[in-house]
Design a protein around this ligand. Structure first.
Ligand code: NAD
Ligand code: UDP
Length: 330
């Protein structure tokens, strides 16, 4: 039975990855400090003999006998990482180094969850893996962007120095059931607001774009990348190339939530990227992968999940997402 360690396994993506691994016969150790994750995301797995939950911080070294290491632990939503910027950088850097050291000791393959944020506010569109990015190293997003850039550096230096087996994925905006309803990301905000009958908050003029990938497509890409030939390391973009403005997204959520909503404009956060769309030519060529779930279908599934949960069970992990007034346009 292959053994997998999933750091950040109680989070949105991590919990879906745990499900996928268990379904294909892996034994799974899920390590999480529950900062932005939620116990309920893995509640259905508790009690299984092939699943272990370990509450721990990836900044501290850890040791397990495993074949695969999936390095997902890191706050991922701007409101969360701006709330704990220093520990976000430390989580990216030390968490990745600890995974790589474990990979070196055990011979396990290390999968690292990087991000489209390494491209910053891109001048090249869509973004191929060869683009080196446009990141403000001292801005409010830098703790995340630079932390992830440094984590990629560690992966490649570890491989050059020690031959560590690595797979680096750059994830573009992904959404679906089990997103934290108060993570402050645009899909979770719009859906929560629509379900609660509140105005949808549009930052800036709402003409900035993002490309949204449904979680099942992304996890399929993860699994294919981990199983790819040893000498293929990435970095590889995974995301859905369909590109939408925030206004278009708001109207789509309104249509599928089945109720009229008003839009309320707020100030655009500093360094908010203007456009983002993955170039997925490499994923198509190397993995034969491309997303299959259209945005409308994924939004419907996500709305259903938001309607099925009790929002009171999800206290906001950071006060930032609860202070929209502070961001109001002048
Ligand atoms: P998430 O916040 O739901 O999951 C992150 C998990 O990591 C949480 O369960 C959290 O409690 C845990 N965690 C945070 N710091 C930790 C620490 N120091 N020690 C142990 N656990 C810790 O976010 P997600 O969307 O599932 O993101 C998972 C990974 O994918 C992150 O590394 C993120 O940067 C990356 N990513 C996600 C997206 C996306 O759109 N969802 C896009 C780009 C990159
Ligand atoms: N955004 C918005 N309203 C919200 C939350 C976010 O208009 O309630 C915007 C945000 O300014 C950004 C886009 O939506 O331009 C995506 O934000 P998110 O935090 O989901 O992801 P990221 O900026 O990390 O891509």
């Amino acid at each position: 039975m292959p053994r997998s360690l999933v750091t950040g396994g109680a989070g949105f993506l991590g919990s879906h990855l745990c499900d996928s691994l268990l379904a294909s016969g892996h034994e799974v150790i899920c390590l999480d400090n529950l900062f932005t994750g939620h116990r309920d995301n893995v509640k259905h797995l508790q009690g299984r003999k092939d699943f272990t939950f370990v509450e721990a911080d990836v900044v501290e070294p850890f040791d397990f006998e495993v074949d695969f290491i999936w390095n997902l632990a890191c706050p991922a939503a701007p409101g969360h990482y701006r709330y704990k910027p220093v520990s976000t950088t430390m989580t990216s850097v030390m968490g990745t180094l600890n995974c790589l050291e474990l990979g070196r000791r055990t011979g396990a393959r290390v999968f690292h969850a990087s991000t489209s944020e390494v491209y910053g506010d891109p001048e090249v569109h869509p973004q191929p893996e060869s683009y080196r990015g446009c990141v403000n190293p001292i801005g409010p997003r830098a703790c995340y962007d630079e932390g992830k850039r440094c984590a990629e550096t560690l992966c490649f230096d570890h491989r050059r120095m020690h031959g560590t087996s690595i797979k680096v994925v750059r994830i573009f905006n992904t959404y679906g059931p089990r997103m934290h309803p108060y993570d402050g990301r645009v899909v979770s905000n719009f859906i929560r607001q629509a379900v609660c009958g509140e105005p949808l908050t549009i930052y800036g003029d709402g003409m900035q774009t993002r490309s949204f990938c449904y979680v099942s497509d992304l996890i399929d890409g993860f699994r294919r990348l981990m199983d790819s030939r040893e000498d293929f390391t990435g970095p590889m973009n995974l995301g859905n190339p369909g590109e939408f403005t925030m206004i278009e997204l708001a109207r789509l959520v309104e249509r599928h939530a089945g109720r009229h909503v008003t839009l309320e404009h707020r100030a655009l956060p500093k360094d908010d990227p203007t456009r983002r769309q993955p170039d997925i030519a490499l994923a198509k060529k190397e993995l034969g992968w491309q997303p299959t779930v259209p945005l409308a279908e994924g939004i419907v599934r996500t709305i259903e999940w938001f309607r099925s949960i009790n929002l009171a069970d999800y206290p906001p992990p950071s006060p930032y997402v609860m202070q929209p007034e502070a961001q109001k346009a002048g």
